[in-house]
Design a protein around this ligand. Structure first.
Ligand code: OMP
Length: 244
């Protein structure tokens, strides 16, 4: 049965409903990102910068957004030897971003928790990518395992290591909530407004379903940044979140 959103823990802002929508700035240039942010205006409060923009001036742009009072999720999905992850996270913790992703491997998660010590940065562990289904896991060399089962195992490990939040498909959010409890965040990509193109996402739900399934924050990129009117789409999603 769906979990009512009112019983979910508060999203990171604690109050502003707009913060529950994280807009993925998956665009090639800072100019384009800046233009989208300005068109969205006060409908967008929380932005995600991933590989595409991060490696094209996105780190400086993250500081610019923070300077404007926006929250930033740096989606770098770190995964390396422990020392490298720990020192990398230590550097990122000084930037003032709100969220950072790492892959949910135990060594990597432990290193990230050590690296962020003393800062307000929240580490999110990516369990199983939302573009993966069970066959993709076999293809990647895993012994036959359901994506949902691997998500659950990684969520348990993340909880035990002291990770702040979990990135998973909303279809797994209820199961993850029972594992991580109410004090950790659940952040779900793979969100599609009704009728939107799924693209490469395999485990998708609508914004309202994502919230009802217990997500604290929804990540949406292409349906907003590729829209003719990104502000209208962002507003419609926030409205759907508010009513869920
Ligand atoms: O960590 C993420 O944000 C992430 C994890 C995951 O499992 N799946 C996933 O889609 N994402 C990111 O969420 C965003 C989803 O983008 P759209 O499919 O365009 O809405 C992309 O920037 C992905 O990199």
């Amino acid at each position: 049965m769906s979990q009512p959103s009112s019983s979910s823990p508060k999203p990171v802002s604690g109050g502003d409903i707009r913060d529950r929508l994280i807009i993925g700035l998956d665009v090639p240039t800072v100019d384009e990102a800046r233009s989208i942010v300005s068109r969205i205006g006060d409908a967008g409060t929380f932005y995600k910068i991933g590989y595409q923009l991060a490696y094209a001036g996105g780190f400086e742009f993250a500081r610019e957004l923070i300077g404007q009072g926006k929250k930033v999720f740096l989606d770098l999905k770190l995964h390396d030897i422990g020392n490298t992850v720990e020192e990398g996270v230590r550097s990122i913790a000084r930037m003032g971003v709100t969220f950072l992703t790492v892959h949910a491997y135990p060594q990597t998660m432990r290193a990230a928790v050590a690296g962020k010590a003393g800062s307000d940065l929240k580490i999110l562990a990516v369990t199983v990518l939302t573009s993966y289904d069970d066959n993709d896991l076999i293809d990647a060399g895993y012994a036959p395992v359901a994506a949902a089962e691997l998500v659950a195992k990684r969520a348990e490990q993340a909880r035990d290591i002291g990770i702040d939040g979990i990135v998973c498909a909303a279809t797994e959010a209820q199961a993850v909530r029972t594992i991580v409890g109410r004090n950790r965040l659940i952040v779900t990509p793979g969100i599609r407004p009704a009728g939107a193109d799924a693209g490469d996402q395999k485990r998708i739900v609508t914004p309202a379903e994502g919230i009802r399934l217990g997500a604290n924050h929804l990540v949406v990129a292409r349906p907003i940044v590729k829209a003719d009117d990104p502000r209208a789409v962002a507003e419609a999603i926030v409205d759907e979140i508010a009513k869920a």
